[in-house]
Design a protein around this ligand. Structure first.
Ligand SMILES: [Zn+2]
Length: 585
């Protein structure tokens, strides 16, 4: 049943695997020169960034990487079909004739798995195929309920229907050469949950689960040579935290955490599955740090804006990377885009409703379009058209137009009154309690009769505050950071939470505020000491979890806690106040 469905589904594949993308994208006056340069970078080539590490770039969308050991070759990823895999294998054979020993699939995306059979056929009987334990299920979802939607959207995003003279490249690779008839999927024979060691070809390859671009992402680490293959968790373009072909929201904080674990490995060579390798420990740290900072920045500033009641449209229009990240060569927006990712983060937390009553139940698209046509033909002032709609009891249309007036001037009392009337109209006779409450409340707010407020933290009962986990208080720091205040700051604090009851263990947190981002890490005693050794912190806070929670929630003053000796500071109260000043109240 599945196979005919697949064929039917993918027979509309535009170009198939036929023409290999040998040539770079043709520059034309309509293409951004940086995008042309990016595609030129990703032209077909086999790189050898370290002895026995072969990176087949430009055979398909993703790189196919070969790790040559003393007795064999470990293949990392398989391309999107038989054609790219076969051509990459032929290129390997020009360099070594050692047998294939194992295949590792870094995650479920088609550009990494669909050529696997080519390598299995070329390898020994029962060649191991490694993947995360959830990868196979995700691969099989190509036939799930969204198959048509994701296929149609993918065709547009990857430019599958563009004629060769309009070819643009795909930002992180020359071209996705995907076609149904070219699928040569090899199913995993060995899986891992968190970690595994692959001994093959005389190599020892550590596989680590590192969720990021997908939840099943597996990175490969060669500890002896300090070589890291980060899969799709890093590439030379701004990350697709949200991809417009359509996926569920990707977890930005899990992605940041994976990048931090990669930084902790201190690799000397980074070989990603898209774009080109990075050589040298300092250069690798710079790329990984820029990436984790960019993702965290977008996450934290979106959350901060959400908490301030801003809409996704407003946030997408106003959140921009700090200049040093915007200019970073590994963060150009050739693949992901900051505004899309801001919307993705918003959507991941709060869903599709932007929190404005006028957008809750808009008119159907055709009716809306016809009304706009008629309104432009009438050529009357906007406020008059709102008034006319209100007089006719056309509440949704009145709300739509009145919202434009309010957006143009949020302080315009007349505009706010018109929108309030429209919302009251929408509430009239509505069957849904949530909708009626929202319409009526927002109408009151527009008239200035009520204000929606969050109760201050010190209003919470003390036993509730004492009972909350310490981590909740610490994790709230980065999302409260006023990024614009710390664009030039490079400041470090170490928090040491001492044991106060046998049930509570000691805990350490490091906080590095740097150029628009606050990196918060939980540490153990040894890591905390090493971090302190690396560079003296500007502030060291020593206190109990209970005291810190009470001070942070406003139940106790910092000065009183200092005087009583329950809070100790190295660096002085000025540094604590400095931190406080950078955070939203
Ligand atoms: Zn990929």
């Amino acid at each position: 049943m599945v196979l005919p469905l697949l064929v039917l589904l993918w027979s509309c594949a535009a170009r198939g695997p036929a023409s290999p993308p040998e040539a770079a994208v043709r520059a034309d006056a309509e293409l951004h020169p940086d995008l042309v340069a990016q595609s030129a970078l990703l032209r077909r080539q086999v790189l050898e960034p370290a002895e026995g590490v072969y990176v087949a770039v430009g055979f398909g969308l993703a790189n196919i990487i070969f790790l040559e050991g003393p007795t064999g070759v470990v293949v990392i990823d398989a391309g999107e079909g038989r054609a790219p895999a076969t051509e990459a294998l032929a290129a390997l054979r020009e360099r070594t004739d050692k047998p294939l020993s194992a295949l590792v699939l870094t995650h479920n995306h088609a550009d990494h798995v669909m050529g696997g059979q080519v390598f299995v056929e070329a390898g020994p009987p029962e060649m191991p195929v490694w993947a995360h334990e959830t990868t196979e299920v995700r691969v099989d979802e190509v036939v799930h309920v969204l198959r048509e939607a994701t296929w149609l959207r993918g065709q547009r995003m990857f430019g599958a229907l563009l004629p060769p003279e309009r070819e643009t490249g795909d930002g992180i690779g020359m071209r996705l050469r995907f076609a149904t008839e070219d699928i040569a999927l090899a199913r995993p024979t060995h899986t891992l949950a968190e970690a595994a060691v692959v001994e093959a070809g005389g190599l020892r390859v550590e596989l680590l689960h590192a969720p990021g671009e997908t939840d099943d992402q597996v990175i490969a680490w060669l500890p002896d040579r300090r070589i890291l293959l980060p899969a799709d968790n890093v590439y030379q373009a701004f990350p697709n935290l949200y991809t417009i072909r359509g996926t569920p929201p990707r977890d930005p904080l899990a992605w940041v955490d994976s990048l931090d674990r990669m930084r902790d490995l201190r690799p000397d060579l980074l070989v990603p599955q898209h774009t080109l390798p990075v050589l040298g420990q300092e250069a690798v740290q710079d790329v990984l740090t820029a990436w984790r900072d960019a993702i965290q920045f977008v996450h934290d500033q979106t959350v901060r804006g959400m908490n301030a009641g801003r809409t996704p449209d407003e946030l997408a229009a106003t959140i921009t990377l700090p200049p040093h990240l915007a200019a970073h060569p590994w963060l150009a927006e050739h693949y992901g885009r900051v505004p899309w990712c801001v919307r993705g983060v918003y959507d991941g937390y709060l869903g599709w409703f932007d929190g404005r009553a006028s957008t809750l139940e808009p008119l159907p698209p055709q009716e809306r379009a016809r009304r706009y046509q008629a309104a432009f033909q009438a050529g009357l002032p906007l406020a008059d058209q709102v008034q006319a709609a209100l007089d006719l009891g056309e509440w949704a249309w009145a709300a739509e137009l009145a919202q434009l007036l309010v957006d143009a001037d949020p302080q315009d009392r007349q505009a706010r009154a018109l929108l309030a009337r429209a919302l009251d109209g929408l509430a009239r006779g509505h069957v849904n309690a949530n909708a009626v409450n929202w319409y009526r409340t927002e109408a009151l707010e527009l008239r200035g009769e009520v204000t929606a407020r969050v109760s201050p933290p010190d209003a919470a009962p003390l036993d509730l505050v004492d009972g909350l986990p310490l981590h909740a208080f610490m994790a709230a720091i980065p999302t409260r950071l006023q990024a614009e205040e710390v664009q030039e700051v490079d400041w470090r604090a170490l928090f040491h939470f001492t044991e106060e009851e046998p049930s509570q263990a000691e805990a350490w947190y490091s906080l590095h505020v740097r150029r628009g981002v606050a990196e918060l890490r939980r540490r153990d005693a040894q890591q905390a000491a090493a971090w302190r050794e690396e560079r003296a912190p500007d502030l060291v806070v020593t206190t109990s979890a209970r005291t810190w929670k009470r001070v942070a929630s406003g139940h106790e003053g910092a000065v009183g806690a200092l005087a009583s000796g329950r809070l100790r500071l190295e660096g002085g109260i000025d540094e604590l106040l400095r931190l406080q000043g950078w955070l939203e109240r």
